[in-house]
Design a protein around this ligand. Sequence first.
Ligand code: C2E
Ligand code: MG
Ligand code: MG
Ligand code: MG
Length: 282
Amino acid sequence: VAKEEGKNNYQFYSPDIKTQSLERLALETGLRNALARGEFSLHYQAKVALQSEAITGVEALLRWHNAELGPVSPAQFIPVAEQTGLIVPIGRWVLRTACAQNVAWQQQGMPPMCIAVNLSARQFLHDGLLDDIADALRDSGMDPALLELELTEGMVMHNTERAVALLTQIKQMGVRISIDDFGTGYSSLAQIKRFPIDALKVDRSFIREVASDSADRAITGAIIAMGKTLSLTVVAEGVETLEQRDFLRENGCDEMQGFYFSKPLPPEELAAFLAKERGGGT
Ligand code: C2E
Ligand code: MG
Ligand code: MG
Ligand code: MG
């Protein structure tokens, strides 16, 4: 019977595994050519101050449209780009494109604003990172103070000494640093204070039920309080409702980002959205 079951299991799981590896292979092959074929674009999502409602900046989010695969979500392709190392040239493109776009917006008459770019673990370990940042800033002519890099806790917790040294060098360039998806890792207050960071982004998983779940309210409240103690800007991710916004505002959170205010938008739409927001007078 065991043999029978084993056989059935094999037959049951085998096609799945095969499909998975074929899908992965298709993603990998597609990603290898994507930069050369110009298949990437960036969407931009605004961040807004909870008290003043002023727009404080935008985050660049990578989009990939492949002819055969159609649109592929970052949740699917970023891990493959990461595992193959393709994230290094792709991430370089993201940095350059985001900085150039920000300068273009200013040249169109938009007020200067901060632009945030996500970094992956592999990029953070890559020796060329500082050069890539410096090149993107120099070639675009963007003020370094307008660049913010988003890292996750896991990236800085692995080799903390190296991370502190690297982050210190990035800070010396005048660039801001934030910790993305905060609360999902295992970093303590004592660890976080060692890093020269400017902002904490509270993970969407805590915000989702912050209006109704007492544990999420307590955790989010504690993260906000901790951020204040460390003089960090605290940003809530994934804010979708008025109730979430009200909780965050009442609890002293600095900024929010989420569908409630704006979805990530292509550059022209973002510019139009911001013009309308600012023109409307908050
Ligand atoms: P992230 O950096 O935490 O970005 C926030 C994600 O939440 C984005 O998903 C955004 O579209 C989504 N989001 C924003 N507001 C809301 C909301 O109110 N509700 C919901 N349900 N979702 C919201 P996206 O664009 O699919 O990106 C997913 C992740 O992929 C990012 O998470 C980031 O870790 C990674 N990623 C995106 N672009 C890049 C990139 O250029 N480089 C690297 N290394 N990673 C990137
Ligand atoms: Mg992010
Ligand atoms: Mg995030
Ligand atoms: Mg997140």
